[in-house]
Design a protein around this ligand. Structure first.
Ligand code: FMN
Length: 386
């Protein structure tokens, strides 16, 4: 792999390496992909206040959030099926995140068991769960996380129902896949990926044990469909809060009302996320709701956010709007597809380098200095700057 110079560069390498159906599963969103695009558009439209003649020689990126030290306030969001992008999968991402002084959030829908991932980066892995129809399944994940001594559990609150991913429908992306001929040909034109797929770790929900056995590929889609749980509620969260002794974060929060509810019910963190535009297409960008949510939380819990972060300056913009910790999904999956563990390490280096430069330009000596004054109020297009 040539030395990547940006997250977009990593994305382009990933696009070359992956069959179209796999790349689109990663890159795409639901329906018209409005939320997916909006995350980027709004971040791009936010401007920063450039300052000059300021000592920027020692930018400090470190932060302590949820009793955890971060060398950079940027975590890896939970992503299922990372094995489809590179067989080194979650353990490689977890090791790279740990090496960067960050945290990897393991997904419930990972191909790798939580135990293996936790062992690959001791103390630097959090795990995500959800409230499934069969409560024994949620309980099982909670118990396994507790047995491993993981200190933080992330509850995905936004997966009770899902909108359609139309790119996946076009490609016949399912478990097992049902691709049209053009995708069979396209996949055959990626022999490197094919060879790894045939010989590497199976692309299944390897984290799951149902009645003591792992899910086979043909069980996956029926299980997903059967087990989506539109009845998941704050009552489930309250019950979990009673049994889970560690830190608890609610992911997928887009409304200040829910943020307040989460904190009132004992959440240690509120994770602002629209799932990278992969669940509901009619939502605002995460950075648009972030200030209101930070205000509702009012310092009573940590505020995390993801969605469209592709540059170090995006991390700074999120921190300036009230986030304590920023996170990214696709940037690290592109990096994994592009170059395995080394690719993910380079993604962290790119973010670090770009964040340091941003601090230098906005007159901040540390990430803790980033506040609303680092941003320029943007008037309607064409009106004079105030
Ligand atoms: C391939 C892929 C799989 C994902 N799987 C999960 C998941 O299993 N659980 C979850 O809470 N979020 C999941 N997400 C959403 C991410 O955690 C995150 O919210 C989103 O990717 C952030 O947007 P970004 O990709 O623009 O950084 C997934 C995202 C992608 C791209």
């Amino acid at each position: 792999m040539k030395k990547p110079y940006s997250i977009e560069h990593l994305r382009l390498i990933a696009r070359r390496r992956l069959p179209a159906m796999v790349f689109d599963f990663l890159d795409g969103g639901v329906l018209d992909e409005l939320a997916l695009r909006r995350n980027r558009q709004v971040l791009e439209a936010i401007l920063m206040d450039e300052r000059v003649l300021f000592d920027a020689s020692r930018p400090a990126l470190g932060a302590r959030v949820l009793d955890t030290d971060f060398a950079i306030p940027m975590t890896v969001s939970p992503m299922g099926m990372l094995t489809g992008f590179h067989p080194s999968s979650d353990p490689a991402v977890a090791r790279a995140a740990a090496a960067a002084g960050s945290i990897f959030i393991h997904s419930a829908w990972s191909s790798c068991a939580m135990e293996e991932v936790a062992e690959s980066a001791p103390g630097r892995v959090w795990t995500q769960m959800s409230f499934w129809k069969d409560e024994r399944e949620s309980r099982q994940l909670e118990d396994r996380a507790a047995a491993l001594g993981l200190d933080t559990l992330v509850v995905a609150g936004d997966v009770a129902v899902s909108q359609r991913r139309e790119r996946d429908i076009r490609h016949g992306t399912a478990m097992p896949p049902k691709p049209p001929l053009r995708d069979v040909v396209n996949t055959a034109l990626h022999p490197g990926w094919m060879a790894r797929w045939l010989t590497g770790r199976p692309i299944t929900f390897g984290n799951y044990r149902i009645d003591g056995r792992r899910l086979r590929m043909r069980d996956m889609d029926p299980w997903m469909m059967k087990n989506e749980n539109p009845a998941a509620s704050w009552e489930h969260f309250t019950a979990l809060r009673k049994t889970w002794k560690g830190k608890l974060i609610v992911k997928g929060v887009m409304s200040p009302v829910d943020a307040k509810m989460a904190v009132d019910l004992g959440a240690d963190g509120v994770f602002v996320s629209n799932h990278g535009g992969r669940q509901f297409d009619a939502v605002p960008a995460t950075v648009e709701v972030l200030p209101r949510i930070a205000e509702a939380v009012g310092g009573r819990a940590a505020v995390m956010v993801d969605g469209g972060v592709r540059r170090g300056s995006d991390i700074a913009k999120m921190l300036a709007q009230g986030a304590d910790l920023v996170s990214g999904g696709r940037p690290f999956a592109f990096a994994l597809a592009a170059g395995g563990e080394a690719g993910v390490r380079s993604a962290f280096e790119i973010f670090k380098d770009e964040l340091e430069t941003t601090l230098g330009f906005v007159g901040a000596q540390s990430v803790a200095d980033l506040g609303p004054e680092a941003l320029v109020h943007v008037p309607p297009f064409g009106a004079p700057l105030r």
